[in-house]
Write a protein that binds this ligand. Structure first.
Ligand code: GLN
Length: 238
């Protein structure tokens, strides 16, 4: 492994942590430790400065009000932009994902995003709630995405990002594609938490952070069961 310990930052848990998104931090930490890699975790509240040079930054989902406040504070702080410029990994869910784009809507008002991903979000005709599944961009080499979504926004991708997945169940960005990625930045509408339901995605983030192509496999019996159970639920319903 190319670095001696992994520094993971959980951004603004006081504002952005819905539907168990904290589980992403727990899964990532655990999967690194199981490979013998020490992990340092920083939980940065919205009144604290963001470290500039951690290996992985995680942002969760949130209601419109906390989302708008979180974006304002991240823009004012500038730490995430500095980290991305230095090559840090960013994984963002739902409100966190929308915030990485150019703009999003919160409580009927257009808000400035961080502009780190070439996309913007507006509001859809109805709230997207339920299972979210799809085939992930083959270039990422991952099994199907499994998740849960609950959002009012719809997201439109520009040419500088690629969709994370093609939707087979649920809405994601717009009913066709779900999430987006560019370089080592990846956003998704998937809660669940996403990394518990998609451990291969957790390992992708670890590989990006470590600059390696493969990691020793882990016993994924429980996440395999969870994925199978959710796939079965979708099949029964449709
Ligand atoms: N407030 C955003 C929306 O409704 C994000 C919701 C969420 O993070 N679950 O689109």
């Amino acid at each position: 492994m190319s670095i001696e310990s992994l520094h993971i930052v959980w951004i603004y848990p006081d504002l952005l942590s819905t539907y168990g998104d904290r589980g992403n931090l727990l899964i990532l930490t655990r999967r690194a430790q199981q490979r013998g890699l020490p992990v340092e975790v920083s939980e940065i509240r919205s009144d604290q400065p963001l470290p500039n040079s951690a290996d992985i930054y995680l942002i969760g989902g949130g209601e419109d009000g906390p989302q708008a406040l979180g974006a304002q504070r991240l823009l004012a702080d500038g730490g995430l932009h500095r980290a991305v410029a230095q090559g840090s990994v960013v994984f963002a869910v739902c409100a966190g994902y929308q915030m990485l784009g150019h703009s999003f809507f919160a409580k009927g008002t257009k808000c400035a995003g961080l502009g780190l991903l070439d996309l913007y979000s507006d509001r859809g005709p109805s709230r997207a709630v339920g299972e979210l599944a799809g085939e992930i961009d083959p270039r990422l080499g991952l099994p199907a995405l499994s998740g849960f979504e609950n959002h009012g926004g719809r997201t439109h991708l520009g040419p500088e990002v690629a969709p994370l997945a093609r939707v087979s169940t649920g809405v994601g960005n717009d009913g066709n594609t779900e999430g987006a990625w560019r370089g080592k930045l990846l956003g998704t509408y998937s809660h669940g938490p996403a990394l518990a339901r998609n451990p291969a995605l957790a390992d992708l983030l670890l590989r990006w952070a470590l600059g390696i192509n493969a990691l020793p496999p882990l016993d994924d019996t429980w996440s395999d069961r969870l994925r199978a159970e959710r796939a079965e639920a979708i099949a029964v319903r449709s």
